[in-house]
Write a protein that binds this ligand. Structure first.
Ligand SMILES: Nc1ncnc2c1ncn2[C@@H]1O[C@H](COP(=O)(O)OP(=O)(O)O)[C@@H](O)[C@H]1O
Ligand SMILES: Nc1ccn([C@H]2C[C@H](O)[C@@H](COP(=O)(O)OP(=O)(O)O)O2)c(=O)n1
Ligand SMILES: [Mg+2]
Length: 215
């Protein structure tokens, strides 16, 4: 019989325990350059990069029982149910010694956003939003050459539609909370990173100030 105590225990097992983390959500359309710039941020600012898409692709490769379902959804440009993606993110956060994470490509819809907040209690420090035209994103995706099942014109069109209908409302939600830092992602890679540096350097100096005040 499921008692109230058991129910509470089940929920608490989903939390991050005592681990306190700083999280930045990295959002933007497919091909806007999220993964590329996350690698730069990792190198310069000591964050750990967690790409929801990479975690899902690794899950397919691992032969997990959800593999076929995930593969089919990715091929169709659809968003995998939150419980699957959140579990992967949660495990990755807990297994990592770092306490600063860039979560790339998540939350991609309202269900992702609300479930993550409910399950982990994590509120992002801010949202880094990559603003780029569909024309440019399409060009980049068709030239990406990573052998992905979703980088073909048919799936790309579906992904753009999902992005506008489901992912942009998440960005708007964080916009209404004053949490969005928008980047012009149409510029060349080094220029985009120059703009990102301004944001992350001011975050680093804010953290330093807190350390000085509290010590
Ligand atoms: N600013 C940029 N200008 C031109 N090409 C870029 C830029 N940023 C990334 N790319 C290229 O575009 C493709 C998609 O980039 P990626 O970082 O994988 O985007 P995302 O993770 O948002 O889908 C890659 O081939 C990458 O090398
Ligand atoms: N939160 C997420 C993130 C990605 N996915 C699935 C659906 C997406 O179209 C694919 C690919 O995501 P990924 O972030 O790797 O794609 P891009 O880097 O934006 O091109 O993975 C998901 O279902 N839920
Ligand atoms: Mg990516």
């Amino acid at each position: 019989m499921g008692s109230a105590t058991e129910a509470t225990k089940d929920i608490s097992e989903n939390l991050l325990g005592d681990k306190k983390v700083t999280v930045v959500f990295v959002l933007g359309g497919p091909g806007s350059g999220k993964g590329t710039q996350c690698a730069n941020i990792v190198e310069h600012y000591g964050f750990t990069h967690l790409s929801a898409g990479d975690l899902l692709r690794a899950e397919i490769k691992s032969g997990s029982e959800n593999g076929t379902m995930i593969q089919n959804m990715i091929k169709e440009g659809k968003i995998v149910p939150s419980e699957v993606t959140i579990k992967l993110l949660q495990t990755a956060i807990l297994e990592n010694g770092n306490d600063k994470f860039l979560i790339d490509g998540f939350p991609r819809n309202e269900e992702n956003r609300a479930a993550f907040e409910r399950v982990t209690g994590i509120v992002p420090e801010f949202v880094l939003f990559f603003d780029c035209s569909e024309e440019e994103m399409e060009r980049r995706l068709l030239g990406r050459n990573q052998g992905r099942v979703d980088d073909n014109i048919e799936t790309i069109k579906k992904r753009f539609k999902v992005f506008v209908e489901s992912s942009l409302p998440v960005v708007e939600h964080y916009e209404s909370l004053g949490k969005v830092k928008r980047i012009d992602a149409a510029k060349p890679i080094p220029e985009v990173f120059e703009d990102i540096k301004v944001i992350f350097s001011s975050l680093a100096s804010k953290v330093m100030k807190l350390v000085i005040i509290s010590s």
